[in-house]
Design a protein around this ligand. Structure first.
Ligand code: AMP
Ligand code: MG
Length: 419
């Protein structure tokens, strides 16, 4: 590939992914597995429920005995046993007999229906059945949830609380998951000061390192934040060398064509293999992607919003592929939304505009309210942004027309502007 060619965002993403391999795996304890990605299929190994059991407190009966019972003409059965949950029934039901049974307790031999206690009247050693639904009523069958010989969770499954409940039920106290990617985060610039330092004339606070670290965490990776590197070849080289232990390296700044953009030169000296360095998108045109040995390196733009947009488009898929997520999860989810007000893209690159997506009260339609502020230096344009609306070069989209959006956060209900 000609590294100097400006790629479309789709080409850039495919090219990045072609250079990413899945990370290794590790075993973690069950609670630590929340949010992690399964690296092996999990078999049930035993049936759940482990035995046929009652779904109600009531009486286990032989359906044929109780069939036809009504409040007016109850059918009386002999109670032969109490079966609390956790015990094993001792008596098989003979015709005309019933056992008192609690929710979760094993169904006694001979019984084939449960009559809930509300549909009975207790009479000492006997019970009057007022109603019975059908054969099998209120019986939970062995293995109807999970069967011992079947896989229940597949490799690539992200483990949420629901999946943890399955694993606990299957007595898996440890789980084999993909390792979290360790991501070294570098930033470069003589004008930058760390967050906690005083800001002198001409200086700018390094917001990018914290932002990119937060994005890494939000994508299941472990950030390693390195101190600011100055616009100085030696300082940049030393910093990149420190980062080489990581699975990924992200840097922000120093990759555009300004005089002080040394990052590319240092990488060349370190024999990094440049794959591409420009993508046809706005914001986020300068994006260097290279490999140092086998380590993928993303040289993100310095402008804060650009670096975040580039992260979401290119670093996210790479982290998710490395982290064992299924391919459908790699790119941002897409949808179509109706535009709250007209937008024009007078530029020659696809424009990625931050917006608020919401489900319209009443119609339930997905709508997009594109923010006024779109400057790539305007971090406030990220506040409340749960979507990115995509506008092709020269696009003119009117109010109420549909626009393609990427979803980057949870979507709530909202009120559409007056029609
Ligand atoms: P550069 O690509 O290095 O020319 O940076 C482009 C713009 O982003 C400049 O205005 C920089 O001051 C700004 N910038 C670069 N790095 C950071 C950072 N870590 N935090 C905030 N702004 C930055
Ligand atoms: Mg710079």
């Amino acid at each position: 590939m000609n590294a100097d060619r400006m790629l479309t965002p789709e080409e850039a993403c495919d090219t990045v992914l072609a250079h990413i391999a899945p990370l290794g795996i590790e075993r973690v304890s069950l609670l630590d597995a929340t949010g992690r990605v399964l690296a092996r299929d999990v078999l049930a190994r035993r049936d759940n429920p482990p035995h046929d059991n009652s779904a109600m407190d009531g009486f286990a009966v032989r359906f044929a005995d109780a069939q036809g019972a009504t409040t007016e003409q109850p059918i009386t059965l002999q109670v032969v046993e109490d079966i609390p949950a956790g015990t094993v029934p001792q008596k098989a039901l003979e015709p005309g007999q019933a056992s008192r049974i609690m929710t979760g307790a094993i169904i006694p031999e001979g019984a084939d229906a449960i009559v809930p206690v509300e549909d009975t009247r207790s009479q000492g050693e006997q019970v009057a059945i007022l109603d019975v639904e059908e054969r099998g009523a209120h019986i939970r069958m062995r293995g109807e949830d999970m069967r011992g010989d079947e896989p229940v969770l597949e490799k690539g499954q992200v483990l949420g609380p629901g999946e943890i409940s399955v694993l606990a039920t299957l007595q898996q106290s440890f789980v084999t998951v993909y390792r979290r990617a360790r991501v070294a985060i570098i930033t470069t610039g003589d004008e930058l000061v760390e967050i906690e330092d005083p800001v002198g004339p001409g200086q700018i606070v390094n917001g990018n390192t914290a932002a990119l670290a937060a994005f890494c965490r939000a994508h299941g990776a472990e950030p390693l934040m390195l101190p600011i590197a100055r616009d100085d070849m030696d300082d940049i080289r030393r910093t990149i060398e420190t980062a080489l232990d990581a699975d990924f390296i992200l840097s922000s700044g120093g990759v555009s064509v300004g005089d002080f953009d040394f990052v590319k030169q240092v990488l060349d000296e370190m024999q990094a293999k440049t794959i591409f360095w420009r993508v046809a998108m706005k914001p986020g045109k300068p994006l260097l992607f290279c490999t140092i040995g086998s380590t993928p390196y993303f040289g993100l733009p310095g402008n804060p919003v650009s670096s975040m947009m580039s992260f979401l488009q290119f670093v996210r898929p790479a982290l998710y592929k490395a982290g064992g997520y299924p391919p459908a999860a790699w790119p941002l989810p897409r949808a179509t939304a109706l535009l709250d007000s007209a937008v024009e893209n007078d530029g020659s690159r696809r424009n990625y505009m931050r917006c608020r997506l919401y489900y319209c009260n009443g119609s339930g339609a997905l709508r997009a309210s594109v923010f006024e502020r779109q400057g790539s230096h305007m971090v406030s344009s990220m506040i409340g942004a749960n979507g990115i609306a995509l506008f092709a070069p020269e696009a003119q989209v009117k109010e109420g027309e549909s626009v393609s959006v990427q979803i980057i956060g949870p979507i709530a209900q909202g009120e559409a502007p007056d029609a």
